[in-house]
Write a protein that binds this ligand. Structure first.
Ligand code: AMP
Ligand code: MG
Length: 681
C-alpha cells in the first residue's frame, strides 16, 4: 500500500479548550510538519475536509489515522441498529449526537443507550455533576451488559481502555461517540474516494484508520505537550514504513469491531518442531501408521477472512455456519391448487371459493373463513385459516366453488415452516469445502457472508543438477523436470494456491537461499528429489541442520524415504525425485496432510473392489500401489512396474492398492481400485 501524505489525529470528546494549545485537546500532525492544535471538533473537521480536498486535487494518496475505536465489541451494533454493519452505528450516532463548541449530549446518549439495551450498562462513568438516568458513575455499579468488555484487538493491545467507559483519564468512550459522526460526514462527503480500514479495505485516494499513538510513540521531549509529540511521532512512524510493511499491517479481518493499525493480528497456530518425529526403529513404517501420525500431528496453519457467499465456492469454512432464519420461513404451498383447512373426509366435497388468490411473493393477507377454499400457487405463503392444499388437477371448478373427492390429510401438499432448516441450526460445519449446493443452502438460510480460510500457499520446488526445463534444449546427460508441472497442477486441483519455486541445483547454499525465501511466502513446501540420505540428498541434509528432520522410511512401493521437517516453521514435504514415486507419495501423504493444513478435513480415498485382469504375487511387509485402469469391468495393470516410466501415469486412470500382507492374486480376484478422482484429481 502506498501513501504520499500521512496525517494522524489525537481526538477529544470534550468541549472547547480555549485558544491556548493545551493537553487532552485535539492535535493533528502531517508527517514531516509541526503538530497543529484545534480547540474544537468543528475546526478540525473543516481542516480535514480542506486537507483531503487539496491532496486529492494534487493526486496525493492520504492515510489518516484517528485514535479512537471505529467499532464496538461484537454484538453491540446489531443490538442498537438491527444490523452488523459498523456504518449503521456511525449513522445512528450521527442522528443522535448533538455537538456544539460549548456543549454536547454524549452522557445522555450513553444513558439512553443503556436504557434501550435494558438497564444500567454497558456504558458507565458520567463526567457531569448532574445524575444521568441509567448511566452509573462506576463500572462495578453496572446492572447489565450483554457485550464483551473489550474488542478482540484490545485483548492484543495491553493497557487500552474500553469504549464503555465515558469519562476518566484516558477513557475513549466519549471520543468514539463524538468522533464517529465526524468520520461519518467525511465518509459521505468523499464517498468513493474514501475507504475506512479495515471495513472497506484501503484501496482509495483517502484511507482512514484507527491508530493508538501510545503504542508506538515514546515519552515526549521536555517541554512538549504529550499529545502533540505523539501525533508527530506516529505520523513519522507510518511514513517510514515500506509499502510492503503497510500492506502486511493492513491484512486484517475485523469486519464488525474494527482494528488498531499496527497491532498484529494473532497468527494462525504454528506446528511444533517435532511434529514429524516418529519413533525410530529398525523396521519400515507401515503406510497406515505414517498416515495416522500425520493426522494426529498436523493442524490448520491458515488464517481466516469473511467473504460473500457468491464467491465462496471451493473455499474451506473456518467456522460452523448457523441458519439465520428458518427455511421455509413460513408454511407455503408445494403445488398449484386450492388451500383450505384440513383434514377432509372420504367422499365428494363442494367447497366455496373466496375472492382473491395467494401467489409466491404476493400473499393473501385476510383470513380464509372455515369451510372455504382459496386459489393458491406453488411457493405462496399459506393464508391464515388454511393448512392443506389440493392439486388443481384433482378438482373441478366453476370459479365459485371447487368439487373434489376426499380424503385429504391435514397438511397435505403444504410445506411446514422450518421443515428444511430451523433458525439457529448448524447447517454446515467448519472444515467443509463449500460446494455449489452449499451456496444455495446458505442463501436459503439467510446467510450473506461466511468466514473461510485463506487459501493454503503451497510452494513447489524441484531439485537436481540433471534437470532441464520443459521445452528447452537439453544435453544428453540431462532429463526434463517432469515433477514440477505435475505437482503444481495437482496442488492447484486440490484447491490450494500454488507458488512455483522453480528448480534448484544440488547445492546446499543455493537451496538454503531458496528455502529461506520460500518460507516467507508459502504455508507449506513440496520438494522433489534429494530427499534420501546420500551425498547429493541436500534437502534432507538441510532439514537435518534445522533439527526438525524426520526421514520416514515408509513400507510402500513405489517410494523412497520421505524427508519431512520444518523450515522457519513452514512444513516441508521432501518427496522422492522419481516422478512415479513423487506422484504416489503426493497422493497418499501430501493430499490429506495439505487438506488439514488448509483447515479442511482429513480424508481417506474411496476405493472399489474390482476383478483383476492380471495375476501377481507379492511379499509381506509393504503396501503396493500399481498404475491401473478399468477395461471391460476389470482392472488392468500397467505393463511395467518400473517406477521410472512416467507415461504409465498418463495411461492409468487410478491405482490398485495392495495391502501390507503377502498376496497371490489370480485373474478375476477382487482388488481395491482407487480412481484418480478419489485422490481429488
Ligand atoms: P533423487 O531423489 O534426487 O535421487 O532422484 C531420483 C530419480 O528421480 C533420479 O533418477 C532423478 O534424476 C529423478 N528426478 C529427480 N527430480 C526429477 C524431476 N523433477 N523430474 C523428473 N525426474 C526427476
Ligand atoms: Mg537428485
Amino acid at each position: 500500500m502506498t501513501y504520499d501524505t500521512f496525517v494522524m489525529v489525537d481526538w477529544s470528546g470534550g468541549n472547547d479548550r480555549g485558544p491556548r494549545p493545551t493537553k487532552d485537546a485535539i492535535w493533528a500532525c502531517i508527517a514531516g510538519q509541526d503538530p497543529v492544535y484545534f480547540r474544537t471538533r468543528q475546526l478540525v473537521e473543516v481542516w480535514l475536509t480542506d486537507l483531503f480536498t487539496t491532496e486529492m486535487a494534487a493526486d496525493r494518496r492520504v492515510l489518516a489515522g484517528f485514535d479512537f475505536p471505529f467499532g464496538y465489541p461484537a454484538g453491540f451494533t446489531k443490538s442498537v441498529t438491527g444490523s452488523n454493519d459498523p456504518f449503521a452505528l456511525w449513522t445512528w450516532f450521527t442522528d443522535h449526537i448533538t455537538d456544539t463548541p460549548k456543549t454536547n449530549n454524549r452522557f445522555d446518549v450513553a444513558g439512553d443507550l443503556n436504557a434501550l439495551l435494558g438497564g444500567a450498562g454497558p456504558f458507565w462513568a458520567n463526567g457531569l455533576s448532574r445524575d444521568i438516568p441509567n448511566l452509573p458513575r462506576k463500572g462495578r455499579d453496572r446492572s447489565s451488559s450483554q457485550f464483551p468488555e473489550r474488542r478482540r484487538v484490545e485483548t492484543c493491545a495491553k493497557g487500552s481502555f474500553t469504549c464503555w467507559q465515558m469519562a476518566g483519564a484516558g477513557a475513549v468512550g466519549s471520543q468514539v461517540m463524538m468522533g464517529l459522526p465526524v468520520l461519518h460526514r467525511l465518509r459521505k462527503l468523499f464517498a468513493n474516494n474514501l475507504r475506512v480500514w479495515p471495513f472497506e479495505g484501503a484501496g482509495a485516494a483517502i484511507t482512514i484508520a484507527e491508530i493508538w499513538p501510545t503504542l508506538l510513540a515514546g515519552p515526549a521531549p521536555d517541554g512538549m505537550i504529550k499529545d502533540a509529540h505523539q501525533v508527530q511521532a506516529i505520523a513519522a512512524h507510518f511514513a517510514s514504513l515500506s509499502p510492503a510493511d503497510l500492506t502486511n499491517l493492513m491484512d486484517v479481518n475485523a469486519p464488525e469491531e474494527g482494528w488498531i493499525l499496527g497491532v498484529l493480528q494473532p497468527k494462525a497456530p504454528t506446528l511444533r518442531n517435532d511434529c514429524f518425529a516418529m519413533p525410530q526403529g529398525a523396521h519400515w513404517t507401515p503406510v497406515s501408521e505414517a498416515l495416522t501420525h500425520l493426522q494426529d500431528k498436523l493442524s490448520p496453519v491458515t488464517s481466516s477472512k469473511k467473504i460473500e457467499i457468491t464467491r465462496a465456492a471451493g473455499h474451506i469454512l473456518a467456522a460452523d455456519v448457523t441458519a439465520k432464519r428458518a427455511h421455509p420461513p413460513a408454511p407455503n404451498s408445494a403445488v398449484d391448487g386450492y388451500a383450505f383447512a384440513g383434514p377432509i373426509g372420504q367422499g365428494a366435497h363442494a367447497v366455496p371459493l373466496v375472492d382473491g388468490r395467494a401467489a409466491a411473493g404476493t400473499p393473501y393477507t385476510s383470513q380464509v373463513p372455515n369451510g372455504h377454499a382459496i386459489r393458491i400457487l406453488t411457493g405462496a405463503a399459506m393464508p391464515r385459516g388454511t393448512d392443506t392444499v389440493i392439486l388443481q388437477e384433482d378438482v373441478t371448478t366453476d370459479r365459485a366453488k371447487i368439487l373434489f373427492h376426499g380424503p385429504l390429510k391435514s397438511g397435505a401438499n403444504a410445506r411446514e415452516a422450518g421443515e428444511d432448516m430451523t433458525a439457529g441450526q448448524i447447517v454446515l460445519t467448519s472444515g467443509r469445502t463449500l460446494t455449489a449446493a452449499d451456496l444455495a443452502t446458505m442463501a436459503a438460510a439467510g446467510i450473506g457472508s461466511v468466514t473461510v480460510r485463506r487459501k493454503l500457499r503451497v510452494g513447489i520446488l524441484s531439485t537436481g543438477d540433471e534437470l532441464a526445463q520443459a521445452g528447452q534444449s537439453a544435453r544428453i546427460d540431462q532429463i526434463y523436470d517432469a515433477n514440477r508441472p505435475m505437482l503444481c497442477a495437482v496442488a492447484r486441483k486440490w484447491g490450494h494456491k500454488v507458488i512455483d519455486l522453480g528448480c534448484g541445483p544440488d547445492n546446499r547454499d543455493e537451496l538454503r537461499t531458496i528455502l529461506n525465501d520460500a518460507a516467507k511466502r508459502c504455508d507449506v513446501i513440496l520438494t522433489s528429489g534429494g530427499a534420501s540420505a546420500g551425498d547429493e540428498d541436500h534437502i534432507s541434509a538441510l532439514l537435518q541442520d534445522t533439527g526438525s528432520l524426520a526421514l520416514w522410511r515408509v513400507a510402500m512401493k513405489p517410494g523412497r524415504p520421505l524427508a519431512l521437517g520444518l523450515w522457519d516453521g513452514v512444513p516441508v514435504f521432501g518427496l522422492p525425485g522419481n516422478p512415479v514415486a513423487a506422484m504416489v507419495c503426493a497422493l497418499v501423504f501430501a493430499r490429506p496432510a495439505l487438506s488439514v493444513l488448509a483447515g479442511g478435513e482429513w480424508s481417506d480415498p474411496v476405493g472399489y473392489p474390482v476383478p483383476a485382469a492380471f495375476s501377481k504375487t507379492k511379499k509381506a511387509g509393504r503396501r503396493e500401489y500399481i498404475r491401473a485402469r478399468i477395461e471391460e469391468g476389470q482392472v488392468v495393470a500397467f505393463g511395467s512396474e518400473g517406477s521410472g516410466r512416467v507415461s504409465g501415469l498418463s495411461w492409468a486412470s487410478g491405482l490398485v492398492e495392495l495391502g501390507d500382507e503377502a498376496q497371490a492374486i489370480n485373474h478375476g480376484d477382487f482388488v481395491r481400485y482407487i480412481p484418480f478422482e478419489s485422490f481429488g484429481l
